[in-house]
Design a protein around this ligand. Structure first.
Ligand code: HEM
Length: 423
């Protein structure tokens, strides 16, 4: 079965339910290519928690989970909050040149600065300079050519052959950049310990358990997860808020009043207490799940209950979250952006296991809290300072880049931006 790629595009709730709920032991691996020491082509960052399998993955997950608790995220709040202020200043400066802004890139510049600061301990200056090295390397990871996407799928089907052919999970120049950058930070912070609440410190605390390269692989995964998926969430949220001015006004009112009542201070607890902000973000995650597919590889033969149908060991399956979230049976009028689906009264009517932007089960997203924190901070800073509107360049209806691994809009998200003025 190793040499045969069998991809089932499944959105059947019952299977998803079974997979998640009862059959984790069959579906615990993702089937992504990772480097092995015995092969000559070096791709050390590819051996991270996302790609590791079996016991290796489990050990890594146990060791890394404590890094992502709410208490740890809370400690990083101030770093992201101050980068959020820079975001406002940089966008305001840019608006003097043109008030038609491409918000996809802006959101990426914000998340890139956040992760460079928290996971690499560096100021990447992406908000000041859209051509900074971190931005270039971040883009290199996700702007894949059609050929690279084909190589990616081929590598999940034929990992041994792919390794022999020198196919890498991480594009070489980006892999080298993130590897060397983390090793430098590792060395500096080991020689000159400083008090900073960030992922670097949390990873350094594990230096007796993991090698520096293993830690670099995890810092890299935090960058990859934090850069593209959170900025995707932010950009589609801004897009829908621009198309729905009533929602934008309601959100702005909630945020401004909440901050005023909190002595003008945005805090971790406050950001997670905004009800309408949460409804808007959840609806954005439903309509535009940043990671539209979840991958799994059968670790043993799987027989569907009461049938002769067997999925053989080694088979790759793709669970298409995008279709699940757009299924009218679970979400009536799925094309409609409707945050009310997530109001306190309505949210309880959503069927279990139909809203899965961060997946579920033991292999779910570890960074959910961080992702929500940085996206909510970013949206709060933007909506309390600017008004977003559609313009001639806005793509309506939305079109996606077919070869992008994450949901990506064709032509980015072009919006007209004006400074918000209080009456
Ligand atoms: C809106 C933003 C994000 C979304 C929608 C998202 C979604 C996901 C999904 C769907 C998975 C795959 C789970 C599976 O296959 O079952 C995943 C895995 C993961 N994510 Fe995220 N993610 C986001 C942001 C982040 C961030 C910011 C981080 C790190 C700070 C992160 C860290 C991880 C890790 C470590 C895994 C691997 C977990 C494992 O295999 O044990 N993610 N994420």
């Amino acid at each position: 079965m190793d040499l045969i790629l069998t991809v089932f595009l499944l959105t059947i709730l019952s299977l998803l339910y079974l997979w998640v709920k009862r059959r984790f032991s069959y579906w615990k691996d993702l089937g992504f290519l990772q480097a092995e020491a015995s092969f000559p082509f070096d791709d050390p960052l590819s051996a991270n928690i996302l790609t590791l399998e079996g016991q290796e993955w489990r050990d890594r997950r146990v060791k890394l989970s404590p890094i992502f608790t709410s208490a740890k995220m809370k400690m990083m709040f101030e770093i992201i909050d101050s980068i959020g202020d820079k975001f406002v200043n940089s966008l305001e400066k840019d608006m003097k040149l043109s008030n038609i802004c491409e918000m996809r890139q802006w959101c990426q510049r914000f998340t890139s600065d956040n992760i460079a600061s928290t996971a690499f301990g560096l100021q990447s200056n992406c908000l000041e300079d859209s051509n900074s090295q971190f931005m270039k390397m971040g883009r290199r990871l996700f702007d894949l050519s059609t050929f690279e996407v084909i190589k990616f799928f081929a590598s999940t089907a034929w990992p041994d052959l792919s390794r022999k052919l020198g196919i890498l999970f991480t594009p070489k120049e980006a892999g080298d950049f993130f590897h060397h950058t983390f090793l430098q930070t590792f060395e500096n912070r080991t020689k000159n310990p400083i008090e900073r609440h960030d992922f670097v410190q949390l990873l350094l605390n594990l230096k007796d358990t993991f090698t520096p390269t293993e830690l670099a692989a995890e810092a890299f995964l935090v960058y990859a997860g934090g850069f593209e998926s959170s900025s995707t969430l932010m950009q589609f949220t801004l897009y829908e808020l621009a198309l729905n001015q009533d929602m934008q006004d309601r959100l702005r009112k909630e945020l401004i009043e909440g901050i005023e009542e909190n002595d003008g201070k945005l805090t971790y607890d406050l950001i997670f207490s905004f009800k309408y902000l949460n409804m808007v973000i959840q609806e954005s995650l439903r309509k535009y799940p940043p990671i539209p597919n979840t991958f799994r590889k059968a670790t043993k033969d799987y027989q569907f209950p009461d049938t002769n149908l067997i999925i053989p060991k080694g088979t790759n399956i793709i669970l298409n979250t995008y279709s699940l979230h757009r299924d009218p049976e679970y979400f009536p009028e799925p094309e409609k952006f409707d945050p009310e689906r997530f109001s306190a009264e309505n949210v309880r009517n959503i069927r279990p296991y139909t809203m899965l932007p961060f997946a579920t089960g033991p292999r779910n997203c570890l960074g959910e809290r961080f992702a929500l924190m940085q996206s909510k901070i970013g949206i709060t800073k933007l909506i309390t300072n600017f008004v977003f509107m559609p313009c001639d360049k806005t793509t309506i209806p939305m079109k996606y880049v077919p070869s992008a691994p994450f949901l990506a809009p064709v032509n980015g998200i072009q919006l007209k931006v004006e400074k918000f003025k209080k009456d």
